[in-house]
Design a binder for this molecule. Structure first.
Ligand SMILES: *Cc1c(COP(=O)(O)O)cnc(C)c1O
Length: 389
């Protein structure tokens, strides 16, 4: 069966006890033991909960893994994955990762003795050159956020395997519907399920998936010990979101491609970053490891004032830091999602105040285009832009 079908027909398509096609929300913290000696499958919800198990096994199946873990947020999931390392370990990390991950590494894990080097993971030579004696891991995000740079997951996995490094990939932007890093040799996949998997901006959630029994044992200990588990009701919301993943993603990709092509032809737009564009660097690598271009695009405007005004003038996209939802979301990464990156790094990477990120929702493509066009045209009243058409 294709993945689109398995989103609906997977191990947890039905409740094994009642046949219900929606998995029950087991809103219980304790599960009574038969006797002092007889402990059932569940005891205490931090350790295990039937609704959480359904989500964890579903995402493991979809990602092509064996073990899944659900957390209270994407950041809690990423924290758990980073807990696979110890003080004194050195980690190589993609340069333009999610701002929160950057902050976790530089503000928190650095205090616990994790040594971090940020590298351009689109360049395998640069990655290889930065491996040291104490390097233990490689943390990747592809497409990167917000510049959509493409890292070759197969090459990175092979490079890491040869040196015994643990590879972690944040698959939030692609979801397993389009990209399955474990099948390309990556050890651990992390997700902010808050985004596409949930899909409705109503639930914060994170997931970790692996095929490796040893890593799974460690992750299970971290999950149960640190306790940032996903609550039963939120597990149910993510399970429900997953069922419509295919139709949402495909619609969002169609609209994103249409808007990316249109934006690329505008005089006010200096560049568009979207893996679906023919001239996108890394496009070829992207489509060797993923089957869709995604629903997020970024574009650089002629100047910062123009970027600010477009964001303030659009009516349909919500101004917000999130992505992957039914409503379109527009943002200025430099001051929003990536605010925690140091100014000189942002400058060097090109995450500057002229760069706008758009997460395309389920609105009609024509309405979004008209809205963006109007937002750009209104600028003419302020004599800021070139004219359109
Ligand atoms: C949002 C996001 C996160 C963090 O997830 P939360 O659910 O907000 O904690 C991590 N990685 C990426 C790529 C994200 O977009």
């Amino acid at each position: 069966m294709k993945l689109g079908t398995r989103l609906i027909h997977n191990k947890w398509a039905q409740d094994p006890y009642t046949g219900g096609v929606s998995i029950p929300i087991h809103q219980s913290v304790i599960f009574a033991q038969e006797s002092l000696e007889e402990v059932g499958e569940y005891e205490y919800t931090r350790t295990g909960n039937p609704t959480r198990k359904a989500l964890e096994e579903t995402i493991a199946e979809l990602e092509g893994g064996r073990y899944g873990f659900a957390f209270a947020s994407g950041m809690a999931a990423i924290t758990a994955a980073l807990c696979l390392f110890s003080a004194g370990d050195h980690l190589l990390v993609s340069q333009d990762i999610y701002g929160g991950t950057y902050r976790a590494l530089t503000r928190v894990f650095s205090r616990f003795g994790l040594e971090i080097t940020f590298v351009d993971t689109t360049d395998p030579d640069q990655v290889a050159a930065n491996i040291k004696g104490n390097t233990r891991g490689l943390y990747l995000e592809t497409p990167s956020n917000p510049l959509m740079k493409i890292t070759d997951l197969r090459t990175m996995a092979a490079l890491a395997k040869a040196r015994g490094l643990i590879t972690i990939a944040d698959n939030t932007f692609m979801t397993p519907y389009w990209q399955r890093p474990l099948e390309l040799g990556i050890d651990v996949v992390v997700h902010s399920a808050t985004k596409y998997l949930g899909g409705h901006s109503d639930c914060l959630a994170g997931l970790v998936i692996t095929q490796d029994a040893r890593l799974a044992r460690e992750l299970g200990i971290v999950q149960n010990t640190l306790g940032a588990v996903l609550a039963p009701h939120e597990c149910w919301l993510i399970l429900r979101g997953i069922k419509t993943l295919k139709v949402r993603l495909e619609q969002q990709e169609r609209t994103a491609s249409y808007l990316a092509g249109w934006l690329a032809g505008l005089p006010e737009v200096k560049s568009v970053y979207y893996p679906g564009l023919l001239k996108h660097p890394g496009r070829e690598i992207h489509f060797r490891q993923a089957s869709g271009a995604g629903g997020v695009l970024s574009f650089r405007l002629a100047n910062a004032e123009l970027a600010r005004r477009v964001i303030n003038n659009v009516r349909l996209p919500v101004i917000g830091s999130s992505l992957g939802a039914v409503e379109s979301i527009i943002s200025l990464p430099a001051t929003m999602s990536h605010a925690s990156l140091p100014e000189d790094l942002k400058e060097r990477l090109g995450i500057t105040v002229d760069l706008v990120r758009l997460s395309v929702g389920l609105e009609e493509a024509e309405d979004l285009k008209k809205d963006l066009e109007r937002a750009l045209r209104e600028l003419n009243r302020f004599n800021i832009t070139l004219t359109l058409e």
